[in-house]
Design a protein around this ligand. Structure first.
Ligand SMILES: NC(=O)c1ccc[n+]([C@@H]2O[C@H](COP(=O)([O-])OP(=O)(O)OC[C@H]3O[C@@H](n4cnc5c(N)ncnc54)[C@H](OP(=O)(O)O)[C@@H]3O)[C@@H](O)[C@H]2O)c1
Length: 199
């Protein structure tokens, strides 16, 4: 089994790689710190990555940027960061990656808790998360060749507490290893169209 992990060097991506590395060949991709470089905000770059990587059994996206800040200060330009990266970037991995996925393969995208449990500054990210979740649910009924698609919505990760803890007051962080188990379920299980909540 070959699994392409986009965002493999990040906090979440590293946990997914560690969770799956004994079961599959992992192909790590990310913006600058992996052998396979990809910028998910560029369709040319995504296409180039798939050409380089070839056939795979699973795509995991553990990436997606968004501007964090109050709605009154949120400009259309700042909001477009989440649109172009977290929303369209992840969805374009699906649209452009489908021909490279083998029969009965899988796709797993990443959302996040703040779409359901809002925090100050999180509206732009929540917008993208909700779009990704809705796309996954809807697209799942049309996936060809037995291909499944799910998303994972993690709570704040324990490993990210220092970085994000002040925004997520009163949230109980989860270990990245627990979030990675939801990716395992999506990759090796039988379900499709699901959003796995790791809250
Ligand atoms: N951390 C949390 O607590 C948490 C909780 C819920 C949801 N999430 C979601 O999980 C995802 C990953 O979060 P994280 O905390 O693991 O992030 P992170 O540690 O900052 O890692 C980001 C990863 O994405 C890659 N990347 C950044 N921009 C990219 C681009 N334009 N194209 C391709 N790859 C790109 C980075 O690559 P390089 O290393 O090469 O730069 C890195 O591998 C995000 O969508 C985040 O919203 C995170």
């Amino acid at each position: 089994m070959r699994i392409l992990v986009v965002g493999a060097t990040g906090t979440l991506g590293t946990a997914v790689v560690n969770e799956m590395k004994n079961d599959a060949e992992i192909i790590s991709a990310s913006k600058s710190n992996s052998d396979i470089k990809v910028d998910i905000t560029s369709t040319d770059s995504i296409l180039q990555m798939f050409k380089e990587v070839g056939e795979i059994d699973a795509i995991v996206s553990a990436t997606g940027a968004a501007h964090f800040g109050g709605v009154e200060e949120l400009t259309p330009e700042l909001n477009s960061i989440a649109v172009n990266s977290k929303l369209l970037g992840q969805i374009n991995l699906v649209l452009l990656g489908l021909p490279y996925i083998r029969d009965n393969g899988s796709i797993t995208l990443t959302t996040g808790i703040l779409m359901d449990d809002p925090v100050v500054g999180g509206a732009s990210s929540a917008m993208a998360n909700g779009g990704v979740r809705a796309f996954v649910k809807s697209a799942s009924i049309e996936m060809p060749r037995g291909i499944r698609i799910n998303s994972v919505s993690p709570n704040m990760l324990e490993e990210s507490k220092e970085k994000y803890g002040s925004f997520f007051v009163g949230f109980e962080p989860v270990p990245a290893k627990r979030a990675a188990l939801a990716f395992r379920k999506s990759i090796l299980g039988a379900q499709t169209g699901q959003s796995y909540y790791v809250y």
